[in-house]
Ligand binder design. Sequence first.
Ligand code: 5GP
Length: 189
Amino acid sequence: MELLEKRILKDGLILPGNVLKVDSFLNHQIDIELIDALGAEWKRLYADERITKIATIEASGIGIACLVARHFNVPVIFAKKSKSNNIGSDFYTTPVVSYTHGNTYDVIVSKKYLSPEDRVLIIDDFLANGSALRALINIIEMAGATVVGAGIAIEKAYQPGGRQIRDLGYRVESLARVKSMINGKIEFC
Ligand code: 5GP
C-alpha cells in the first residue's frame, strides 16, 4: 500500500537488531487517519469473509485493531501478557517469543470471548519471525474458532514468519512488505 510505504520511508528509523522504529505514527504515537486507511483496505480485502471478531496482542496491536474494527463493526479481543503461571482453567494460553525484547512470555485469552462460531481476523503492527501471529492462531484454534486470516501493517519479508505461516495455508495480507533494510535504506517487495 503506497500510502504506508511512503510514510515508512518518510518517518521510519532503522535501529540496531533489525528493528524498524515507526513509533511516530504506528505504535506509540498513532496517526488515526493512516490507520483508518489501513482499516478500509483490510475491509476491502476481507469483505466477503463474515468476520465476527478482530484479535490482536497486547500492547501495540490494540490501538490499531480498535480502529480497524470500526470498519468491520465487530468487537476486538486482545491476548494479554500473563502475569502469573497459575491462571486457572478459564483461559487459553500459549507462549510468545518477543522479537523486540528477546524473552519468552505467555499470553492469555479468556474462554468467554471466543467460540466455535467465531470467524476471526488477526491484526498486528509487525510480522517478523511469526511468533506473535502463531500464538494468536493457536489460541483461536484452541477455541474451535476459524482463523480467516491476518492483516499485518508491516511485514519484514526477509524474515521467515510470513512465508512459514502462508505455507501452513493461512491468508496473510501485509500492507507494506519490507524486502531489505541495508545501510540505512529500506526497500519494499
Ligand atoms: P514476530 O513475533 O513476528 O517475530 O514479531 C512480531 C512482533 O514483534 C510484533 O507484534 C511487534 O510488536 C514486534 N516487532 C517485530 N519486528 C519489529 C520491528 O522491526 N519494529 C517494531 N517496532 N516492532 C517489531
